[in-house]
Design a protein around this ligand. Structure first.
Ligand SMILES: O=c1[nH]cnc2c1ncn2[C@@H]1O[C@H](COP(=O)(O)OP(=O)(O)O)[C@@H](O)[C@H]1O
Ligand SMILES: [Ca+2]
Length: 422
């Protein structure tokens, strides 16, 4: 269902004014007729069935212009992460009577994260505006009004006191409302952890083509952020479903199939939060082996925090974010292309880096602790040392992040409101 193609020229109508007007009118009438005929077709066909989840609600649906028989449209997703804010501008094309395809993504990231402005809310607007300008440059003017603009915040804002988080969100909403894009009342929110995992699972399975084949195999997803970490996969073994605590399973309806996903977000177990917890209380102890010391502290921090499933041993997993950065940092994978490793590689790298740190200062002082943490976290999830993981930042030039899965949901919810029968 997915194709990546070159950006089409969309400004043809401006070439010859009088002729363009007639052609434009004709296309408009044809489009309205065609659109009415297909209005009852499912769009991305995604419905969330889990209780307590909140997907976008909006009164209008995005609507592009028909060119070459394809309807082109855009969606803008802001990821307000704990360590940075990023914009993802997605371009889709929908051939007549077919499901839409993702044709292009533009991505830009800024640091620090929104939560860094908790005590100076006004200052947060500058970065948001800068990222909005990226979207404006990327999306042709004629499409601005129909393009949904959404921001979802993750661990950084979840961990802030509610009032401070709300003030930041309110500021972003002001900036969004002043933009030329399609902005609903729910355009800015804190995403719940389960949705974060589910959306990232949708992204990797969409990009790897796993969603195309009903009944085919799917891949698991591991995301290690700054403030929280997510694991999501589709269990095939009944015992996994039975043994999963409440809150770890969620039903998702997508492309006319229902998936019962295992998805969980551990708030406070992101890499930056873990550093804080690990550094919290062992000062003054004599330095034995730095790795052993680190491992003992990390084990304390992780004790009874993580649910272990047997089935993860048998599922192919993609891992990204800090998993990727750390592996690339010590040369376990290519920093540009990513690659595969086994879980035990993190432990070998941790031991090596910690041992080196005992005798000489390192350029990355946290590497010993970070690698020890990641190695033990993966083991806590139930991964054996021999388990192969795929580490990737992009698949087919699209960022592996929850943003794509989340924009699918959002656009789908807009479409459903427009044609509830579909
Ligand atoms: O879209 C993305 N592309 C590439 N890296 C990303 C993206 N989103 C998050 N990251 C990576 O995730 C890590 C930080 O996670 P984040 O700031 O999102 O924390 P959170 O998920 O706990 O809120 C960093 O390694 C950052 O480079
Ligand atoms: Ca993140």
């Amino acid at each position: 269902m997915r194709k990546i193609s070159n950006h089409r020229s969309l400004r043809v109508a401006k070439v010859a004014y009088p002729l363009g007007l007639c052609v434009g009118l004709f296309i408009y009438v044809a489009y309205i007729k065609w659109h009415r005929a297909t209005a009852t077709q499912a769009f991305f066909s995604i419905t969330r069935a889990a209780p307590g989840t909140r997907w976008g609600q909006q009164a209008h649906s995005p609507q592009g212009t028909a060119t070459d028989g394809h309807e082109v449209f855009y969606g803008i997703m802001f990821d307000a992460g704990s360590t940075g804010t990023r914009v993802h501008v997605f371009q889709f094309a929908r051939p007549p009577r077919e499901t839409p395809t993702l044709t292009h993504e533009t991505f830009k990231a800024l640091k620090p994260g929104l939560s860094a402005y908790a005590d100076d809310v006004e200052k947060s607007a500058q970065g948001i505006q800068e990222l909005l300008d990226v979207a404006k440059q990327d999306i042709p003017f004629d499409f601005w009004k129909a393009t949904p603009l959404v921001l979802k915040a993750t661990a950084g804002l979840r961990l802030l006191p509610g009032e401070k988080a709300q003030k930041l969100l309110q500021k972003v909403k002001e900036v969004f409302k002043a933009s030329p894009f399609l902005v609903g009342d729910d355009c800015v929110s804190i995403m719940n952890g389960t949705d974060e995992g589910v959306s990232a699972w949708i992204t990797v399975n969409f990009l790897t083509g796993s969603l195309k084949t009903p009944g085919g195999s799917s891949v698991g997803m591991l995301d290690l952020g700054g403030g929280s970490t997510q694991i999501a996969f589709l269990p095939r073994i009944e015992g996994t479903l039975q043994a999963s605590p409440p809150g770890y399973l969620t039903a998702l309806r997508m492309f006319n199939r229902t998936y019962k996903l295992y998805s969980y977000s551990y708030l406070g177990l992101g890499l930056m939060s873990a550093r804080l917890a690990i550094l919290g209380g062992v000062e003054g102890q004599p330095v034995a082996s730095l790795h052993e010391l680190c491992a003992a502290r990390v084990s304390e921090v992780l004790r009874n925090r993580v649910h272990r499933t047997e089935e993860v041993k048998h599922v192919d997993f993609y891992a990204f974010s800090y998993y990727y950065d750390l592996a690339a940092g010590v040369g376990l994978i290519d920093a540009e292309k990513g690659g595969s490793l086994v879980v035990g590689d993190f432990e070998i790298a941790a031991k090596y880096v910690c041992r080196t740190l005992e005798t000489q200062p390192q350029s990355s002082p946290f590497a010993c602790m970070d690698l020890t943490y990641v190695s033990l976290l993966l083991q806590e999830f139930g991964f054996p040392r021999s388990k192969v993981l795929k580490l990737t930042r992009k698949i087919d030039n699209v960022e592996t992040s929850w943003a794509l899965g989340a924009i699918f949901h959002y656009i789908d919810s807009l479409n459903r409101q427009k044609s509830p029968a579909s």
